[in-house]
Design a protein around this ligand. Sequence first.
Ligand code: PEP
Length: 255
Amino acid sequence: MRKKLIAGNWKMNLNTHQASVLIHRLEENLETHKDVEVVICPSVMSVQPLNLQINKRKMKLGAQDAFYEDEGAYTGQVSAAMLHGVVEYCLVGHSERRHVFGETDDVISKKLAAVVRNRIKPILCVGETSTDRADGETKQVLHDQVIADLRNLTAKEIQELAIAYEPVWAIGTGDYAKPDQVKEATDFIRHNVRELYGPKAEQDLRVLYGGSVKPDNAKSYMDIEGVDGLLVGGASLNYKQFAQIVNSAHESTGN
Ligand code: PEP
């Protein structure tokens, strides 16, 4: 049985003091469920102090990004090697990295390999734009991203991988995907992983949905067979909403 995974992406919000206060509030409000793993991805400024603050029985830390080289003349970058021992998870290929910062699948595949090499669990984000969907290209885009992003990894190396299906048009827009759209896309992601690595890899793979998840729609996604978790942006900045989403995951029947 795959453990459910609820990850909060705080994006570029909260200074270190505010981040510390929100973690405190979350620890007061989050119920611990044996079947749900909770991961918070704060700004890189806050990962080190929060690593000392958090109760690791309640939640784990993730980074939002990591560079693909371990060290060197790469001004402004933070490497997966530096994050090793501080975070347990790292987002890779988030749609804002792809579409605001122009990250290509080539860069994303190298980042994924660096994260794995440094023994951090990757959450790879994939998803189509509204134009891709309108053009009937959703499956082609998902297929291309999965194939290209995973190309440097073996079946053994993807054992800890989670893939988040995040349609770009649903992120931060309130225009969330319908459960049947999520079911079709997440089944297709699983199918691609099975084709690449075989049935065991697909069985072990955790697939998440992300895009305008709120307390009132979280359970409808978690009830989908094959959906193991959620990647939550905006609602993860509100401790009451995030705690409700974690409880919905626990109550869900999915996976
Ligand atoms: C995200 O940042 O990955 C995300 C899904 O954001 P939101 O929940 O705000 O749509």
